[in-house]
Design a protein around this ligand. Structure first.
Ligand code: QAP
Ligand code: CO
Length: 170
């Protein structure tokens, strides 16, 4: 398998709001495998479909040390959020930058598994933060939206420069 290309900030495609998955077809199931593969290949703990330019509500997560506890969330919905936690976040679409972001410290959510079964989940700490970060992607949001405009513009400038030198246009 080859990894899918991960879009990088400030790519406007990252601002797309993803549509709910209507049917968990073989194509959707295959896509979840590619999404997980791409996440592991990039050494990430979470990857949303939006980041690979596929605009349906699908998330891949694995926060385990051993990288063998994949979690796929289809059409995830946070039904309850409580408390507040601040931690430094990073993102495969914003490589090399880490900034503090405030999130709910505990969430309750509902989602559908690849088998098509609805389930609920309670999450806190790293898993809770990761799920909130990934659902933001499905809504076209990035963690840099929570930092100051000055910082965001600096990150944009640095990433643009890095991308330009990589593609040989400078
Ligand atoms: C989202 O982020 C997240 O800059 C997942 O050079 C972040 O997997 C959830 C990564 C923080 C919870 C807390 C970032 C890899 C991976 C980089 C990631 C990089 C290489 C980020
Ligand atoms: Co991200």
């Amino acid at each position: 398998m080859h990894p899918l290309e991960i879009l990088e900030f400030p790519d406007p495609r990252l601002r797309t709001v993803a549509s709910p998955v209507k049917n968990i077809t073989d194509e959707v199931a295959k896509f979840t495998e590619r999404l997980l593969f791409t996440m592991y290949d990039a050494s990430g703990i979470g990857l949303a479909a939006t980041q690979v330019n596929f605009h349906q509500r699908i998330i891949a997560i694995d926060i385990s040390e051993t990288k063998n506890e994949p979690l796929i969330l289809i059409n995830p919905i946070i039904i309850e959020g409580a408390g507040e936690i601040e931690s430094k976040e990073g993102c495969l679409s914003v490589p090399g930058f880490y900034e503090p972001v405030k999130r709910f410290s505990e969430i309750k959510l509902e989602a559908i598994s690849v088998n098509g079964e609805s389930f609920s989940l309670e999450a806190s700490e790293l898993l809770g933060i990761c799920i909130q970060h990934e659902i933001d992607h499905l809504d076209g949001k990035l963690f840099v939206d929570y930092v100051s405009k000055t910082k965001r513009q600096l990150i944009r400038k640095k990433l643009k420069k890095a991308n330009a030198s990589r593609s040989g246009s400078k």
